[in-house]
Design a binder for this molecule. Sequence first.
Ligand code: OAD
Length: 254
Amino acid sequence: MADSRTIEAVGDALAKAKHVAVLTGAGVSAESGVPTFRDAQTGLWAKYDPMQLATPEAFQRDAQTAWDWYRWRRGLVTAVAPNAGHDAIAALAGSVPRFSLVTQNVDGLHQRAGSVDVIEFHGNLFEDKCAGCEVRLPAAPGEQGDPPPRCDLCGEVMTPGVVLFGEEIPASVLEQSQLAATGCDVFLVVGTSSWVYPAAGLADAARGFGATIVEVNTEQTPLSETADYVLRGPSGDIMPALLGVVQRLAKVTA
Ligand code: OAD
């Protein structure tokens, strides 16, 4: 677990920052019971082949199998609750002058914890999108085994509103994320393996514009070597600890 001196130093940097940006990944939701992608035992990509389930071709080839899997994930996420890490990130937003949250997660748990204006880098599990006419809608009701939803406008099979492998990040999402990364003083990278680009490149962009880079993760990642601070431990412990320092320092200066 990260030592208290490093927590204090990062909390101090956060308290002094004019703009804090946070990038989160699946690790933030792990303590809620949502599996990550790359954990060697429990990760989704250890059990399922993304090429068979999470590509446009998978939906063209066998939409039923792909939809059954995404509907299983919808059920799983609906049944869990945000954890202390999500809560602390939502509260941190109200404790600094300007705050941006970019998440690679599609589970909506940040919003359920009270975060607003969340930039959803990889989309949202609870939307449907049409590959044909690109319309996006709230998810149509449906369970595993139900036929895949079709677009009312053009008749194409819909996909969930997430970025599938091989699809591009929408330009507006990329732009908002880059603005957050390049405009912040502190860039916190929480619970992501930092393997997947372009999301992983946001830390480089933030560093290039002079931000202090902080990693919060239970494990070593490619970012660990270059981050200014590495806070090793679960986000459900570390994020509340950081929030505590920020709130204490705010009281001292008030
Ligand atoms: P990964 O599964 O690649 O990484 C999860 C990270 O969270 C790992 O580095 C873990 O060490 C860390 N972790 C696990 N539990 C944690 C905890 N309690 N507190 C802090 N850290 C913890 O997930 P992502 O980095 O989010 O994309 O994956 C990025 C993208 O790859 C996903 O958005 C998804 C996937 O393919 C798409 O589906 C497009």
